[in-house]
Design a protein around this ligand. Structure first.
Ligand code: EZ4
Ligand code: CO
Length: 412
């Protein structure tokens, strides 16, 4: 099973995606997601210039060996660009191995541990009526869990809140939120933590009152709080029974979570911007979090995320894989295969992809009964239409930046 070639495909059907295609000498093709939102071309160049030449001639079946070779062999370890590039290779090799075995990938990972992977969608509103409409729309589309993000009085635009009732994403009128904008420079948002902390608990009280105790609710603080602010928010939200409160602090400093944890029983999720098990080491070992947010795409692939999740399982920490539209359908497929197989699955984030994205990637995973199933065909179950992909060239896009109202740069 020699690798014959490895090619990087950059396409922008609604947004930018980087895909690695590995082809074996006998013509088996595997795909891996290498998309890093706002820094896509760095991963494309890392793969094209430094990794693809090393793959040619290697045995496609030796996934663990290839992973170690790319991780240790680079000398320079970790980091989002490196680990996303390694993830693309690893995922493509798992796709190939599963195709050769004639099995859907989850079967090689131990088989299904459940019927499907519960997902949550992104509801948001600039005021309560708009938020209620957005939640209802999600329930009507089949979601059984929703992330709730709200505007904050006095702030013009806030993370996670669609800027109009029918925000146009990929040509479809929809509520959910697409933060990356196609522009020469990042958009700037503004932030006031005190205003946010005053407003959010009342919104959750209203949502619980309107929708009752059953609905699974989540919230993302998007790295903006200090530990003591995070502790206060967690405490204030306890009566509303959140499934999780996400990214309360930037969390590069893992010790910060000790303080948060001492003060609140609201479950905590962290790690969409992490890229190795080392970022989680203290958080998992000390049981400072409840959910691991890494997706396959940004944490070194199926091989590495499986190890993180097995480590997490020892401490009753579960998966909560990142799944916004900037993880491509290749990455979502890989996450859903892994999520179906591991015992400690928690929930999967899922924003419905734009229609052009689906036309280009043709994934076989299916959204039904509030969850995703990966499909039964051999491999990952993604059919990239490369001719169509070529009709959507890369367009520069950036995630927003954030400033406090006095102009100080803040975490976005
Ligand atoms: O802001 O994926 O939980 N989901 C998120 C996402 C991130 C984007 C950044 O690329 O926080 O919406
Ligand atoms: Co998040």
């Amino acid at each position: 099973m020699r690798i014959d070639r490895a090619d990087v495909i950059v396409t922008s059907p609604g947004r930018n995606f980087v895909t690695l295609r590995i082809t074996t000498a006998d013509g088996v093709v595997g795909y891996g997601d290498g998309t890093l939102n706002g820094r896509e071309l760095a991963v494309a160049a890392y793969l094209r210039d430094h990794v693809a030449p090393l793959l040619v001639g290697r045995d496609a079946h030796r996934i663990e060996d290839t992973w170690q070779y790319l991780y240790r062999g680079a000398y320079w370890r970790r980091g989002p660009v490196t680990m996303t590039a390694i993830a693309a290779v690893d995922t493509a090799l798992w796709d190939i191995k599963a195709k050769v075995a004639g099995l859907p990938l989850y079967q090689l990972l131990g088989g299904a541990s459940r019927e499907n992977c519960l997902v949550y969608g992104h509801a948001s509103g600039r005021d309560l009526p708009e938020l209620y409409d957005s939640i209802r729309q999600h329930l009507e589309s089949g979601f059984r869990a929703v992330r709730v993000q709200t505007a904050v009085p006095g702030l013009e635009s806030v993370y996670g809140v669609a800027s109009s009732a029918a925000a146009s994403v990929g040509g479809d009128a929809r509520y959910d939120y697409e933060p990356a904008r196609r522009s020469a420079r990042p958009a700037e948002e503004s932030w006031d933590t005190r205003a946010y902390l005053r407003h959010v608990p009342g919104v959750f009280e209203a949502v619980r009152h309107e929708f009752g105790p059953e609905l699974v609710l989540l919230h993302d603080a998007h790295h903006r709080l200090t530990p003591v602010q995070a502790a206060r928010l967690g405490k204030a939200l306890e009566p509303y029974d959140l499934f999780w409160l996400e990214d309360v602090t930037p969390a590069e400093n893992q010790e910060a979570l000790r303080l948060v944890r001492q003060h609140t029983t609201t479950p905590l999720a962290i790690g969409e911007v992490f890229n190795t098990v080392w970022d989680y080491q203290a958080l998992i070992r000390e049981q400072l979090i409840d959910y691991v947010r890494s997706p396959v795409t940004h944490a070194g692939g199926v091989t590495a995320l499986r190890k993180i999740l097995d480590y997490a399982a020892m401490y009753q920490v579960k998966s909560g894989m990142h799944g916004p539209t900037d993880v491509s359908p290749v990455g979502i497929a890989a996450s859903v295969h892994l999520g179906l197989a591991v015992h400690n699955f928690g929930i999967q984030e899922y924003m419905l992809p734009a229609p052009q994205t689906l036309e280009v990637f043709n994934p076989t995973f299916e959204f039904a009964d509030g969850g995703l199933r990966p499909g039964e065909e051999p491999g990952l179950g993604v059919h990239l239409d490369e001719a169509l992909a070529a009709e959507f060239p890369y367009e520069r896009a950036y995630l927003p930046t954030n400033r406090l109202v006095d102009g100080t740069v803040h975490d976005w």
